[in-house]
Design a protein. Sequence first.
Length: 103
Amino acid sequence: MNENNEQGGKFQIDLPANIAQGEYANFAIITHSSSDFVVDFARVLPGVPKAQVKSRVILAPEHAKRLLMALQENIVRYEREYGAIKIPNQESRTIAPFPTGEA
């Protein structure tokens, strides 16, 4: 898979088979310090009292903001093609798909 980097060149991205299948997460906890954002993706299941973190992603603040912008752009595209994404019992506000926390 080829992708453009910041300098306009190309680089390769390797996606191993065991990563390509992904992990299902329906809950995320976002914390941050002055130098990093930490996103823990977890799976909450009915009848299971404890959510299990399946993946942790650590981002520099600049990359966290780029991720936010990329998600916003992709949600706009998705909704243009498939219709509005409805979140039950949530008032209209800035896109915030997961609960957030601070550290």
